[in-house]
Design a protein around this ligand. Structure first.
Ligand code: NAD
Length: 319
């Protein structure tokens, strides 16, 4: 049985092993696959793994022998899952590998916006402290989070982990999700509808998947309904935000800071409006990538395939 990994480099740039998949079939790993090589590279393989290489309806129609697609990520928007189902292909994802890492990164971004640790360290090295008339100085407003409200859009695994950290920092949490588990509510955490979350949050963090219904959910109109000076964090998927609208709101000061680990087109395009917007931190989609998380991802990918081969597929996203 042939197994093809279309874009294995980001999962395993050399510090992990593909042994688990090698034991299950004849494995070919490509570091990355351009769009015009997808069909050729899949060849006559039955099993295909993709991280961010798109698999659309046209592709599925041209590779009828493919039986299984393993997405090497939680978000599976790169695969047309309806087209996969129509072609009898099982699609799985890796639901839980990166929960802790993405939640941790959310706070790396938020704390950077609150304290500007790196920029202050750089200022010190430039001599600004040496030349300061006082024992301290700061170049940006410093922000205490305790008592502030964090609005979490998408209250699944990552959203809930983010809430725990927010609460540990003394924040109040408003959660918005289509599915609600009222048992999770506490003195400092409750569900809110979308409008209330927008109106009352000091920080808004996105943790819902990218669907057609969530695409562009942060836009001119929704930003207008937010508090003046709100901070926005996106570690989920870039197209959740209309970037032009966020850039305008950052430049006007309506949004006091934004931090995004994901953008609409990745890698980021040189004309992305966020690159020149005020007070915008951009990281290159690294929330998922600590080695511990990638190792877990690899193990779950192997386990997903093993269970599928036993006739007992798990983590299927297109049932
Ligand atoms: P999850 O499935 O556990 O949670 C997603 C939640 O969003 C669910 O509770 C779901 O009900 C909710 N939801 C769905 N539609 C919604 C809507 N219209 N409005 C509000 N909520 C809605 O997934 P997770 O593990 O928490 O991951 C969340 C997202 O994080 C993934 O879809 C992925 O896009 C992203 N992610 C990013 C990275 C990264 O490296 N930056 C890594 C892992 C995951």
């Amino acid at each position: 049985m042939k197994i093809v990994v279309l874009d294995g480099y980001t999962l395993n740039p050399g510090d992990l092993t593909w042994k688990g998949l090698e034991e299950l079939g004849e494995l070919k790993v490509y570091d990355r696959t351009p769009k015009d090589k997808i069909i050729e590279r899949i060849g006559d393989a039955e099993i295909v793994f993709t991280n961010k290489t798109p698999l659309d309806r046209e592709t599925f129609e041209k590779v009828p022998h493919v039986k299984y697609v393993g997405v090497l990520a939680t978000g599976y928007n790169v695969v047309d899952i309806d087209a996969a189902r129509d072609n009898g292909v099982v699609v799985t994802n890796i639901p839980t590998y990166g929960t802790a890492a993405v939640a941790q990164m959310t706070f790396a971004l938020l704390l950077e916006m609150c304290h500007h640790v790196w920029e202050h360290s750089e200022a010190v090295k430039r001599g600004e402290w040496t030349n300061s008339p006082d024992f301290c100085f700061w170049n940006y407003p410093l922000i205490e989070l305790a008592g502030k409200t964090m609005g979490i859009i998408g209250f699944g695994r990552i959203g809930r982990s983010v809430a725990k950290i927010a609460q540990a920092l003394g924040m109040n949490v408003l959660a918005y999700d289509e599915y609600q588990d009222r048992e999770l509510e506490t003195d400092t955490l409750r569900y809110a509808d979308f409008d209330e979350l927008l109106a009352k949050s000091d920080v808004i963090s996105l943790h819902c998947p990218l669907f057609e219904s969530t695409r562009g959910m942060i836009n001119k109109d929704t930003i207008a309904r937010m508090k003046d000076g709100v901070m926005i964090i996106n570690t989920s998927r870039g197209p959740l935000i209309v970037e032009e609208d966020l850039a305008d709101a950052l430049n006007s000061g309506k949004v006091s800071g934004a931090a995004v680990d994901v953008v609409s087109v990745e890698p980021i395009q040189s004309n992305n409006p966020l690159l020149k917007a005020k007070n915008c931190i951009i990281t290159p989609h690294i929330a998922w990538a600590p080695k511990e998380s990638r190792e877990r991802l690899m193990n779950i990918a192997v386990e997903n395939l093993r269970e599928y081969l036993k006739g007992n597929p798990v983590n299927v996203v297109n049932e």
